[in-house]
Design a protein around this ligand. Structure first.
Ligand SMILES: C[S@@+](CC[C@H](N)C(=O)[O-])C[C@H]1O[C@@H](n2cnc3c(N)ncnc32)[C@H](O)[C@@H]1O
Length: 274
């Protein structure tokens, strides 16, 4: 099949997904979405993308499997330890100035980022005055996030990450081992609300002191990045903070001039005041 035909087929598949199920991947970074679709095609046993489109329209379970694959949910606890070191040193003092702290973690996947941040806030004595809104497009990963039950296999790596991130206790204080799983300690869930939210078209939040959206916009094209940065800009209070992933930036976006870098290397930005 030539490239142009494949391109048209992919456009039609994404359009079908949007019109039938309301999930809009049309402005995701093309190369990555194409790779995902072709990967899904090779697993499906179907012979081409048009056939896949027919299956997608007729079979909701097939769509759900595609959604899981397209939304890329890889994550870990204390991902990028240096980010959490900077968070403790520079972000915590900023948050401490507020009697009540509102944080939005957008694209939280299975919740490891949420519990990492909850641990830092608890160790810094700020968790009780915080409300974390943790959102994702994908209901299946949100369910895992809410349960907070992870494979024990990963705990060794997470323990190391936690220590590198400046953790002040034993990481084992934050979970109970049960068979081959680590169950997150219930106190870390007390100030967290998990909810479904699609950055492509859902509404803004109000007066957030901090938004963390790490390793999500990397999968978006520039049009969608700009739209999401607008949403974040509107959702933050004046001088609110925006944390992005290590490969993401507000630079070269339509919102570049609306934020100042607070910690450049860690992609932590401050919304400009009035
Ligand atoms: C690679 S994970 C990042 C998880 C975590 N933030 C981290 O840095 O480890 C990307 C997450 O973004 C979510 N996502 C993708 N598109 C989204 C959208 N339009 N709205 C909300 N979440 C989205 C995916 O479902 C996935 O869970």
């Amino acid at each position: 099949m030539n490239e142009q035909t494949q391109d048209i087929e992919i456009d039609l598949l994404l359009e079908a997904m949007f019109r039938k199920y309301g999930y809009d991947f049309r402005n995701y970074a093309r190369a990555s979405i194409e790779r995902r679709i072709l990967h899904q095609l090779s697993k499906s046993g179907l012979s081409n993308i048009s056939e896949m489109q027919g299956r997608l329209l007729a079979d909701k379970e097939f769509f759900k499997r595609m959604l899981l694959d397209l939304s890329i949910n890889v994550t870990e606890m204390f991902r990028d330890a240096s980010f959490y070191v900077a968070f403790r040193e520079k972000v915590v003092p900023y948050l401490r100035a507020h009697p009540f702290i509102r944080i939005w973690i957008a694209g939280c996947a299975t919740g490891e980022e949420v519990y990492s941040m909850a641990i830092v806030l608890q160790e810094e004595g700020l968790f009780d005055q915080t409300r974390i809104y943790a959102t994702d497009i994908n209901e299946e990963v949100l369910q895992i996030a809410k349960e907070g039950v992870y494979s024990l296999e990963n705990i060794q790596e997470y323990t190391l990450n936690y220590q590198k991130a400046g953790g002040q206790k034993a990481f084992s204080d934050y979970y109970t081992a049960h068979q081959d799983t680590a169950v997150i300690t219930p106190s870390l869930k007390t100030h967290v609300v998990f909810a479904s939210h699609n950055l492509v078209h859902d509404a803004k939040f109000n007066e957030m002191h901090l938004i963390s959206c790490r390793n999500v916009m990397i999968y978006f094209n520039q049009t969608l990045k700009d739209r999401v940065l607008k949403l974040f800009h509107e959702s933050l209070c004046p001088l609110g903070l925006l944390c992005l992933g290590s490969k993401e930036s507000v630079q070269f976006s339509a919102y570049e001039n609306q934020f100042d870098p607070l910690i450049k290397d860690e992609k932590i930005y401050k919304k400009k005041g009035f």
